[in-house]
Write a new protein. Structure first.
Ligand code: FES
Length: 175
């Protein structure tokens, strides 16, 4: 009897642990879909939901494109030289006068976030191109600087800045 009494709880303990382990695996398995669902689906984004952008993979000098509310957006990781070019401009001489500091977030001058359609007739300008190392619109030759400001050509205004904020140093939320 003593042997059985000892064996029973041992077996129950084993079953309890095994069940616990299965439970843990089950939780881990359902964690992925949950994380995936934290990013809004395409329909929600199209309806205007904010989107978060992880800046970590964007190398210095690189420009990435993304869509928000169906509109193209450029996120540019500016080099120190590009920032200097953007800052060392006589603002009053610009066709659409705007200081670079007004077009980036304080403390994050290396990140430029602008809408990606030319303000002339909507073509998509080519990055790292043109006389000011910013963008060159292939349609009618508008030239934008490293702050996305119009410098030459028929585009009437700078590339607009979408509403966005830094969530932390490596992540922004657009919208
Ligand atoms: S659409 Fe860009 S210059 Fe005309």
């Amino acid at each position: 009897m003593a042997e059985t009494a000892t064996a029973e709880p041992t077996r129950r303990d084993f079953l309890f642990i095994a069940t616990g382990a299965v439970g843990a695996v089950g939780v881990a398995a359902v964690a992925w879909p949950f994380i995936a669902q934290m990013n809004p689906d395409a329909a929600t984004v199209a309806a205007g939901a904010p989107v978060e952008v992880d800046l970590t993979p964007i190398a210095e000098g690189q420009i990435v494109k993304l869509f928000w509310r169906g509109k193209l957006i450029f996120v540019r990781h500016r080099t120190a030289e590009e920032i200097k070019e953007a800052e060392d401009v006589n603002v009053a001489s610009l066709p659409d006068p705007e200081a670079d500091s007004a077009r980036v977030k304080e403390g994050h001058a290396q990140w430029l976030v602008v809408y990606g359609n030319c303000t002339h007739l909507g073509c998509v300008p080519l990055g790292n191109a043109g006389a000011y190392d910013g963008w060159l619109c292939p349609c009618h030759g508008s030239v934008f600087d490293t702050s996305g400001r119009i410098r030459q050509g028929p585009a009437p205004t700078n590339l607009p800045i979408p509403p966005y904020a830094f969530v932390d140093d490596t992540k922004i939320q657009i919208g």
